[in-house]
Design a protein around this ligand. Structure first.
Ligand SMILES: [Zn+2]
Length: 193
């Protein structure tokens, strides 16, 4: 049988070794962000669901991943609030577990008296109330709020909105009522850790 010795084939000097390259980054190294950006820009299905906004305000902050993930869910309108669950056919009450008002999603995070106490506690309520100029659109209301907060306010805002949601879940599922002081302290503790 005739044998071939491929390794002995002489290549031209200009020929380089094959290597895997990623064409969506200048350094040709794969990154998750460039893959995500490419899909969002070129895939027709994801493109139609794209939500425009200053997303870097979430991704570039130095907050734990669970906070970034939570804010992303808020912005996308996929937080499982009672009204959202009802809209998807879940049989559950629609009233707020804290004040018994029958309110919308904006109420849950910002307008509920419990939420307002927390925002006042960290000193950003006036900024938030000013930014809530388009209450029908929670996504752009949130982007507007983030845009107006300075760096340190941005961090505590992000942690507190996560802590308030945790508070709401504890109330609904465990019938546990936390003080607004406790909710604020949990947000600070998460950032400190
Ligand atoms: Zn309420």
């Amino acid at each position: 049988m005739k044998s071939y010795h491929i390794s002995s084939t002489t290549l031209l000097a200009s020929v380089q070794h094959d290597r895997v390259v990623w064409k969506f980054e200048k350094n040709e190294v794969y990154s998750f962000s460039s893959a995500y950006r490419n899909i969002m820009e070129h895939d027709p299905y994801t493109h139609q669901h794209r939500i425009n906004g200053e997303w870097h305000q979430i991704w570039r902050t130095k907050t734990p991943p669970q906070i970034k993930n939570f804010l992303w869910r808020v912005m996308c309108g996929c937080l499982p609030t009672r009204l959202c669950l009802q809209a998807r056919g879940v049989n559950c009450p629609s009233h707020c577990p804290f004040c018994n008002e029958d309110k919308d999603n904006l109420h849950v995070l910002f307008m509920c008296p419990m939420s307002i106490q927390c925002w006042q506690r960290i000193g950003v309520w006036s900024t938030i109330s000013f930014a809530l100029n388009n209450p029908d659109d929670i996504t752009h209301s949130n982007f507007g709020i983030l845009h107006k907060l300075d760096k340190s306010q941005h961090l505590i805002f992000s942690a507190l909105i996560w802590s308030m949601w945790k508070h709401r879940n504890n109330k609904v599922w465990n019938d546990t009522t936390e003080t607004f002081q406790f909710v604020c302290d949990r947000a600070s503790a998460l950032l400190d850790s």
